[in-house]
Ligand binder design. Sequence first.
Ligand code: X2W
Length: 282
Amino acid sequence: MNRDWIATARTLSEALPYLQRYSGAIVVVKFGGNAMGDADAMAQFARDIVLMKQVGMNPVVVHGGGPMINEMLDKLGIKSEFIRGKRVTDQATVEVVEMVLTGLVNKRIVQAIMDEGGRAVGLSGKDDDLMVAEADDPELGFVGRPVEMNVQVLRDLFTAGIIPVVAPVATGMDFLETFNVNGDTAAGAIAGALKADRLLLLTDVSGVKDADGNVVTQLSPDQVRDMIAQGTIAGGMIPKTETALDALEKGVRAVVILDGRLPNASLLELFTEHGAGSIIRY
Ligand code: X2W
């Protein structure tokens, strides 16, 4: 008997308790632009999402696309700068952000899921008023902070057997403006409104690191707050961990920050005893 087959059968058998635990669970997966990689990586990600749906979970994909927005802004000769991890977004920029995220990136992910045999529908925060935002900070222009969530459309899609793929673009309170929402922030707001069982933040680092650079596999919100205060958590990890704290407060059961470039990162986290990255929970 081929050893690989035996190992495959054992892996499946060992996954049973996890499959049982997560049956019906809502899992929000933030797929960052930096985690997207090439076509193969995209296909692998899509396959993992389709598998989650197939085994009875309800995955929601919320994507980013920062690098793809940068590329398009470059082509158009529009300059772009970031303040505290958020893109300063004027009228011209928000139009490009909406085009790239809801058009290019969203449809690429929808297509990848369809290619793996799943059913996916792409939407942005504007669809069915899923995510209504107001200006986060006058300095940032049209950067939105979600203030009202209407997640019924996601529940309707779950029931219909469809995987929602959400672009982090929101409508304004007066329904006239368009807001650019940071992908992590949007994923946290959606996970919070759904009181999701898991929020997975797929990025390009292996997790939250301690002062010696080692990944901390389990953290409490208090530990995270201490590490932010001490400066151990810095840079791009600040918005991610703040999103995590906010999501936990709203009733998300656990948030995991992990390297999306790792093959089968989400499955490793959900269906094995090893887990992946850093899990934050009470
Ligand atoms: C982000 C939205 C995309 C995003 C941006 O304009 O780049 C803000 O900064 P990643 O790939 O997850 O970084 N929005 C306000 O979050 O993409």
